[in-house]
Design a protein around this ligand. Structure first.
Ligand code: ADP
Length: 461
């Protein structure tokens, strides 16, 4: 890798950023999932660092307009440092350059959106807010949580995912450089144990979490046992997202949107399409077109401009997804499959036949699409089956029948429905993102009510 990109030989260092001396622990390597090369090191937070950070945490007492100005300054610094940010998103998180661009834009939008929200805010802060984020949007989600908590005047204790401490460190350094006080923003890299310490400490007044549904339930329990009962948990969790394509859909458009929805970001988006329902009469034709479109996808190093699909995050993820695909293959259910590169933790885009979404059971967090067929008369059943899974994040519909759009949108229980377009993306401000049921607590991130949840406005007197 160094030979291909000499300017990126610099190794990055991550360690706790706390308002005081760092105890730290063993230094760990951070690995590029596409190449296996070392990107840098991280010293995770040790228990004394968590304690020191909790003791030092002080709500940000600056006036709302001043907080807003600092967050806007941070947005500018993010933009100015785009090169380092893209390099880290590609090398640490395996993001394609297109994904990295979109992610930086989203992070910057969050900073400016919550800065605008802070401007008019006169609700008191809650106090100490823990923000726990995942590796799949290591800049955008990480920044969005922190920006909202800071805009509302809280002291933030941020715990990034163990796979992506480097980009989190860069983000925190830029926020501190913009003027956030060191006691109002502290970074505690580490694994779930660091998160567990934070979410079970009675000094904590609220938690923002994005990650798996299982972890959200563990956190809810830890909070119920240890925290003040008014402390909110703002959770965004998994999905089991479906798309319905009926025989009136435009096939070229549907195929393009299916490809983007299931394979972009190597399928590692909580909004990604997992189970596609094709109306029986068009299924063979759409599947043939889908295979043709898949054959055009380029797998490889996300740093290459030609790459459409990068690696999955790490060997553990790769093994879990590969086992799922291997089982389907042994049952003769693999309909299409590409070839993965010889090195790195890749999963090649794969299409698997299923009878319906219930057969999946759980979210497969990678570039694997499941396909079922339905008869026109059974479309309500399909929607009921999707609802019965209990998740409620995204849903896609391709049809030219207006009545059907209306009926399906009324019946489906999800946070975000996408009609005749791809099933990805949120737009901060105009298209907030969030789910219901097992997929999250609401309110939607990037929407008007989100910021209020970080204030003490709704707390009992
Ligand atoms: P995934 O890795 O599938 O995205 P996780 O829910 O495991 O989902 O991880 C999301 C975030 O939650 C990560 O930052 C992880 O370290 C953190 N985490 C994992 N377990 C716990 C826990 N018991 N308490 C608090 N945070 C946790």
């Amino acid at each position: 890798e160094a030979a291909r990109a000499p300017h990126m030989e610099t190794l990055f260092d991550a360690r706790p950023r706390i308002a005081g001396p760092v105890a730290g622990g063993l230094r760990l390597d951070v690995i590029n999932p596409a190449t296996g090369a070392r990107v840098g090191n991280v010293i995770p937070a040790a228990a004394p660092d968590v304690q020191a950070a909790l003791a030092a945490a002080t709500p940000w007492s600056a006036a709302p307009a001043e907080r807003a100005a600092v967050l806007r300054q941070a947005a500018d610094l993010y933009e100015q440092n785009f090169g380092a940010i893209f390099a880290l998103l590609a090398r640490e998180a395996g993001k394609t350059l297109a994904d990295a661009v979109a992610e930086l834009r989203e992070a910057v939008d969050f900073l400016r959106y919550y800065a605008d929200g802070a401007d008019g805010l006169d609700a008191p802060a809650r106090g100490r807010f823990v923000c726990i984020s995942p590796w799949n949007f290591p800049l955008a989600i990480f920044t969005g949580q922190i920006a909202a908590a800071l805009a509302a005047g809280n002291a933030v204790l941020a715990k990034p995912a163990e796979q992506t401490p480097l980009v989190a460190t860069l983000a925190v350094d830029l926020l501190l450089q913009a003027g956030v006080p060191a006691t109002a923003l502290q970074l505690l890299p580490g694994d779930g144990a660091v998160g567990a310490m934070l979410t079970s400490d009675s000094r904590v007044n609220g938690v923002a979490f994005t990650g798996s549904t299982e972890t959200a339930l563990i956190i809810r329990r830890a909070m119920a046992e240890n925290l003040d009962p008014t402390a909110p948990l703002i959770a965004e969790t998994g999905g089991l997202n479906a798309m319905v394509v009926d025989s009136t859909a435009l096939p070229e458009q549907a195929v393009r949107d299916i490809i983007a929805s299931s394979f972009q970001s190597a399928g590692q988006r909580c909004s990604a399409l997992r189970c596609l329902y094709l109306q029986e009469d068009i299924a063979p034709h759409v599947l043939e077109m889908l295979k043709g479109a898949m054959a055009e996808l380029t797998l490889g190093n996300p740093w290459d401009l030609a790459t459409d699909v990068g690696p999955v995050i790490d060997a553990e993820a790769q093994e879990g997804i590969a086992a799922h695909v291997a089982k389907a293959r042994s049952e003769g259910r693999v309909l299409a499959e590409l070839q993965a590169p010889g090195q790195g933790t890749f999963i090649a885009p794969t299409v698997i036949r299923v009878a319906g979404i219930a057969e999946m059971g759980r979210e497969i967090f990678g570039p694997v699409l499941h396909v079922a067929t339905f008869k026109a008369s059974a479309i309500d059943r399909v929607i009921d089956d999707v609802n019965a899974m209990g998740y409620g994040l995204t849903f896609g519909l391709h049809t030219r029948i207006d009545d059907r759009v209306q009926r399906v949108v009324e019946r489906i229980r999800v946070g975000n429905t996408y009609v005749n377009r791809n099933q990805i993306g949120a737009v901060v401000g105009s298209q907030p993102f969030g789910g219901e049921g097992l997929s999250g607590t609401g309110p939607k991130a990037g929407g008007p009510e989100y910021l209020m949840r970080f204030t003490a406005e709704t707390a009992p007197q």
